[in-house]
Write a protein that binds this ligand. Sequence first.
Ligand code: HEM
Ligand SMILES: *[C@@H]1O[C@H](CO)[C@@H](O)[C@H](O)[C@H]1NC(C)=O
Ligand SMILES: *[C@@H]1O[C@H](CO)[C@@H](O)[C@H](O)[C@H]1NC(C)=O
Ligand SMILES: *[C@@H]1O[C@H](CO)[C@@H](O)[C@H](O)[C@H]1NC(C)=O
Length: 507
Amino acid sequence: MLPSTLEAVLYAVIVIAGWTFCTWIYNVFFHPLARFPGPKLAGMTQFWKGWRYLIAQDHIPKLFELHKQYGNVVRVGPNELHFSDPAAYGELYHPNRRWKKDPTLYESMTEGAGSWNLLDYPSAKKRREVLLSHFSRKSILDLQHVVQEHMDILCDVFTDHINTTGKSVDLTHAMKCFSIDTITSVCFAKPINATWSPDFKSPMVLAMDRALIILESMVYFRWLRWVVSKLPPSVMLALTKNLEGYNEIRQAFSRQIESILADPSVLSSAPHPIIYHSLLTDGKAYSGKTSITGSMSFNDLSEEAFILVFAGTDTSSNTITTGAIHCVENKDVYQTLKEELRGAWPNLAERPSYEMLEKLPYLTAVIKESLRLSHGVVSPPARIVPMGGAVVSGYAIPEGTIVGMSSCFVHYNESIFPEARTFKPERWLGPQAKDLEPYLVAFSKGSRNCVGMNLGYCELYIAFANLFRRYDLEFDGVSTADLKWVDMYVPLHVGPDMRVFARPVSS
Ligand code: HEM
Ligand SMILES: *[C@@H]1O[C@H](CO)[C@@H](O)[C@H](O)[C@H]1NC(C)=O
Ligand SMILES: *[C@@H]1O[C@H](CO)[C@@H](O)[C@H](O)[C@H]1NC(C)=O
Ligand SMILES: *[C@@H]1O[C@H](CO)[C@@H](O)[C@H](O)[C@H]1NC(C)=O
């Protein structure tokens, strides 16, 4: 009676449904991780986690709930465990434990081999060495004027804005613009000039927020990635009108790479060392040499450029905005910070150096506390237990298991940071403060920690010093209670933007 194709489809559906059902049964009762506690649904299918990220958007609060119920280790996916003891963080991300990154997260939205998505340590190590020398402390000290120049541009816009309109500024987006202009300047000597966008609503910055949600979706729907990669660019553009800025910047980077590959001598006209001096001259630091050794493909270069912009924008700007808002709200912190800065930087016209700012104890405490409460990356950086298995936090974990721990569980731990949810720079001062250092994990730890840490710190010092020395800051209708975020790998802010009145001080 049934046409044979329909019959075939029917059988296929039955087979797939049966197979899925058997997988669930296997996962819950017979999987090597079946002995670990956690929600049954999470053990059954990875869509439990997908649901938490994309639909319920309560991933981190849910993890806190689960650890309260089940203890230090929770099975959060068929093949995945999450830990909560701060000591476990040090074990998972130990410099000697060079575990592979989990491809479902790190390859979810990438087109070439970049430092962030090179999965195994030996291949990542080579790239990291080149970048680490490019972003070394010494290089950043030499490039600090670039950071200060972008801060000055931002301050000009702030001052002009209050003078002409009398209104508040959107600090959330302003800092994103500052970070993206700084990173594109430092890496490519080509700032995208986001800071000049009306009300700081740069199309690129807006597109990056949307891209985060797409990245998280691709983790669960890998076929989506395949579909997207097959679409002609024109269709892509029409479908994703809101990713306009994203495509634009990707193309701008590609054009720069093309022009350098076509004529390496253009490198010598750059005003300061850019990443291609390091990436294209076999890891040698800038020396005017421009021999192209070609160990990286065009796609790899373009991917690396993109990763640096992504990794260096939301992370820094989120730390500045979060920290600044807490300083504005807490009058004691605000006054202490301003006094320290006024003392160390008496003449407004003479910009202090980064080295000098670094030595200021209260500013340093404010920056550490800002990093603690903004977390860097909030998703658990997923790693794969190598052959032979491993012991983590006293548990024997089978090989191939995905393990991770969100930095929030270190930063919010009450035994390490009493009143953990409160902004208290004082905790970083005094003799016991040294003991807290290992628990500041905003840049992560170990073999895959942040390669841009020196630049990150430089941006933080220059931003906090300039904002609080050059302006009187006051809230406009918001407070720290409005600082709400969801886990989209980095914290994606879902509350209202942080608006402040920024009134320039006269001296
Ligand atoms: C306050 C600023 C920053 C914070 C809090 C931060 C935080 C982090 C964290 C937590 C990771 C580890 C992510 C993971 O394992 O999944 C990371 C990796 C990375 N960061 Fe940063 N970052 C900051 C600024 C920057 C800047 C300015 C750059 C660019 C120069 C940068 C480039 C990178 C790269 C390339 C990686 C990947 C390293 C690897 O996988 O081996 N970051 N960052
Ligand atoms: C802004 O206004 C203040 C005082 O009203 C003035 O001193 C300052 O020069 C003005 N700045 C700019 C950039 O217009
Ligand atoms: C940014 O501004 C600078 C200086 O005005 C200019 O040279 C550069 O072309 C601008 N970049 C872009 C991407 O518009
Ligand atoms: C906080 O850290 C301590 C050890 O430093 C640990 O015993 C405790 O379980 C942690 N608290 C939570 C809620 O994970």
